[in-house]
Write a protein that binds this ligand. Structure first.
Ligand SMILES: [Zn+2]
Length: 245
């Protein structure tokens, strides 16, 4: 399992760099590996990360395998895994538009203004207040317990997923929504969708198995990165919207 995860981490890092979501040594990726974790190395540009550079960590985030050092933001990742039983991957990056909102101290998708992202991400993209690097992760844990993407105040964006693709697609969606929100702001501001519709979309999200799962439900056997069981988000949204009439 570890070898496959190393390759997935390298591939995800390269995709993140290719999208321009990081500069310098920014951004980091981790994956759950049974009771342990595999993580991207520190001080390497994400476009240059190769599978053999990934490090193996124990449950506390200490390096137990690999030649490199782990990144200092590992505490953010561990907080997410603590909060959620269903997470296989955590991705952190600084995509410019979404990070622009985060440094302005504004959550651009709270309340939501489009239906489909509610199914993909949850009731909002919460803004977690700025904390000094190495500071408390309590607010992040609380936000990730209910949503799949958060803005980190004066910092960047963090997304989570069952697998690498889900974490990547969620980061892509956050940055896309950030650009839409910016355009909407220039032409009068985004109008939120009705709260009752948000509730129905959240019910559809839960029914399809996309809702966050509490930590107690986690077991190593559920940590498979097989994406075959992942529900089709667009089908779920189509059904939910049909019911909304
Ligand atoms: Zn960062």
């Amino acid at each position: 399992m570890e070898e496959g995860l190393r390759r997935e981490i390298a591939s995800l890092c390269q995709k993140v760099a290719g999208r321009g979501w990081v500069a310098n040594h920014d951004g980091n990726v981790s994956a759950r590996c049974g009771e342990r974790f595999v993580a991207s190395p520190t001080a390497v540009h994400k476009g240059d990360v190769r599978a053999e550079m990934a490090v193996l960590l124990d449950g506390e985030g200490k390096v137990v395998g690999g030649e490199r050092k782990v990144f200092s933001e590992i505490a953010l990742h561990l907080a997410c895994y603590r909060a959620r039983a269903d997470l296989g991957f955590v991705l952190h990056a600084h995509p410019p538009t979404a990070t622009g909102w985060a440094v302005a101290g504004e959550s651009f998708f709270d309340p939501p203004f489009l239906a489909e992202p509610v199914v993909s991400l949850g009731e909002s993209i919460p803004l977690v207040p700025y904390v000094v690097p190495g500071g408390s992760t309590a607010d992040l844990e609380a936000a990730i317990a209910r949503c799949d993407a958060v803005l980190l105040g004066n910092h960047g964006v963090l997304t989570v997923g069952k697998d690498a693709e889900q974490a990547f697609l969620r980061m892509e969606l956050v940055e896309h929504l950030a650009r839409i929100a910016l355009v909407a702001r220039q032409v009068g501001g985004a109008r939120p969708i009705p709260r009752e519709d948000v509730e129905k979309l959240l019910a559809a999200r839960a029914k399809s198995g996309l809702a966050p799962q509490p930590t107690a439900a986690w077991s190593p056997s559920s940590s498979s990165t097989d994406s075959g069981a992942r529900p089709d988000v667009s089908a779920v949204v189509r059904d939910a919207l049909k019911r909304l009439g």
